[in-house]
Each structure stands twice: as C-alpha cells, then as structure tokens.
Design a protein around this ligand. Sequence first.
Ligand code: TPP
Length: 318
Amino acid sequence: MNQIERFKAMVEMRFFDEACLEGVPTMEIHGELHTGIGQEAISAGLLGHLKNSDALVSTHRNHYHALIKGVNPYRLMSEIFEKKTGICQGFGGHMHPFSLKQNFSATGIVGQSLPVALGYAYAFKMRKEDSLAIGVIGDGAANHGTFHETLNIAGAWKLPLLVLVENNGYGISVPISKVLATETIAERAKSYSAWGKCVNGDDPDIVSEAVEEAVSHIRSNQGPAILEAVCNRFRGHYEGDTDHYRSKTEKQNMLKGDPITTYSKKLLSLKVLTENEIQNIFQTSKQKMFGLLKRVRGEKMPLPETALNYIFCEKTDG
Ligand SMILES: Cc1ncc(C[n+]2csc(CCOP(=O)(O)OP(=O)(O)O)c2C)c(N)n1
C-alpha cells in the first residue's frame, strides 16, 4: 500500500462521514451517529496488512473500519440510512453493521468487541488457520474488565489477536488522563505477555509501520498485541453532543492538527503528490461519496411488517 493510496483512503473516509452527517438534521438517520472524523489515519494505516479471512470487530465508531475491511461503501451507507440495500438490509443500522463476507462486525456495547474478537482468534488457532482477529476499542473501553479478561487469556493461550486502541483522549466527556493509572494503555502489554506500542495515530505511515510489526508478531505465533494510536475526535461524542466539556482553545488546537491536512502537506513536501493532484483527490472523493448519498436516499426502508425478521431462528423442515 503506498502513500497515495493511504491519502485517498483518508479523504474518502472523511467525505463518507460528511455525507452521512447530512442524514442527521433531516432525521433520516435514527439514534446516535458517531463519526470517525479526525481519526482517519488509523484506519488508513491498516490498509494492506489484512487478509479477507482476518476478522475485524469494531465499535459504535465503526464506519472507517468497515471501509478498510472491504465493505462496499454504498451498501454500508445504505445500512447507516437503514435502507433495504444495506449490508444487513437496514436491520443493523449505524451501530451494528455486520458482513460475513468481509469478516467484519461491530457492537454498540462498549468493550464487547474484544471478547468477540477473542472468539475469532481462538477459532483460528483451533482450526490451524493462518488468520488473525482485530478487536478495535476506544480508550474508554480499555478500562473495562473485558480488556483484561480478553488479553489475559489471549496471552496465556498465545492467540492471534490484535487489540487496536483508538485513543482519542475521551470516553464521551471523561478525559482518559483522569482515569488511567499508567502513562499509556499499550504499556499494560507486559501483564499479558503481549507485544505493545503506543504511536502517533495522526500519521498513517507511522500507524502502518506499527501495524506491520504487530501483525508479524501475531502471524509468527507469538501471541497477542496491543497497538495504541493516539488521535483526536473532531466532533462531539455523537451528533447531538453539546461538547461543552472541551474548551474552545482545545478544539481550535486540535483542528490545527487535522491529519488529512498534515498528511497532504507531507506528501507535497516529499513530492509524492502535487497541489493539483491533491485537489483532484478531494474533488473526486467528494463527488463519489455525495453521489452515493444521493443513490442511498432514493432507496427504500424495510417494510414495518418485516420488523420481526431475523430476530428468532426460523424453523426449517429438517
Ligand atoms: C457497556 C456500555 N456502557 C456504556 C455505554 C455508553 N457509551 C457509549 S460510547 C461510550 C464511550 C466510549 O468511549 P471510548 O471507548 O473511548 O470510545 P470513543 O467513543 O472515544 O470512540 C459510552 C460510555 C455503552 N454503549 N456500553
């Protein structure tokens, strides 16, 4: 995966979420919408390191993970807008998209991505399959019991598990610095005989290098890894959050370090891209994502009489 592909992916992710944002004030999207805006570099850093057979279990903030795992953007956006054309036919919505084909799933229950990812990792090991599982969490979830329980057993049984912590500094309104006993989350790795590293999550090249190290540790049967990527959540916790707990100055400083702007400047100075090419990527990505939005808006929602479908196991003749 080269730097241009990483940059394109970041820009597409940003416009994907910006297109989704259009559905909030119009009430086309129901419930809380959590965007990944500001956190694009982490998912871009995963590009090229995962196989289709690897499993990725994400959180309430899951759009970018679905995209890098290969979920079709049109079908993902359809799901977020609860349309029949969605990957779960509109039944999963934005917090519970699921794709068996791409080995991708997500949960809105904080901390629960880890035991599910552990289950995948255990199955891979039992079946002697050369695949790994990624459990994504936020910094807030790292203080759940599930973090310790998952990593302890993954370490004891040397399971192929990568715990990816997107540390955006806040669990809703709680600053991680107020509730973390250590300097970083990754340094807990020693307690689980795991590989661990904390990196700058605003630069996809740095993330990619760390992912490569973590993945080669896991794929060579040395057990689990914790990769903590430090980033910023640009918007409120969800659309509707007043975000009153962060000062104006804190927010202004955060926006100055927009990973997309910073990376475009880096690629410009490295002469990987010209200013024109960068603007072209912005334009094409915006057109692509807002084009999808237009199509998705024209799709139908599932009928009310199908509301109970897929809840109970259907009895079959056999
Ligand atoms: C078990 C459980 N407790 C509480 C919540 C409510 N809740 C939703 S997101 C969230 C904060 C998560 O913070 P973090 O793990 O840092 O992820 P981020 O939102 O920053 O990506 C909480 C407490 C929940 N969904 N599940």
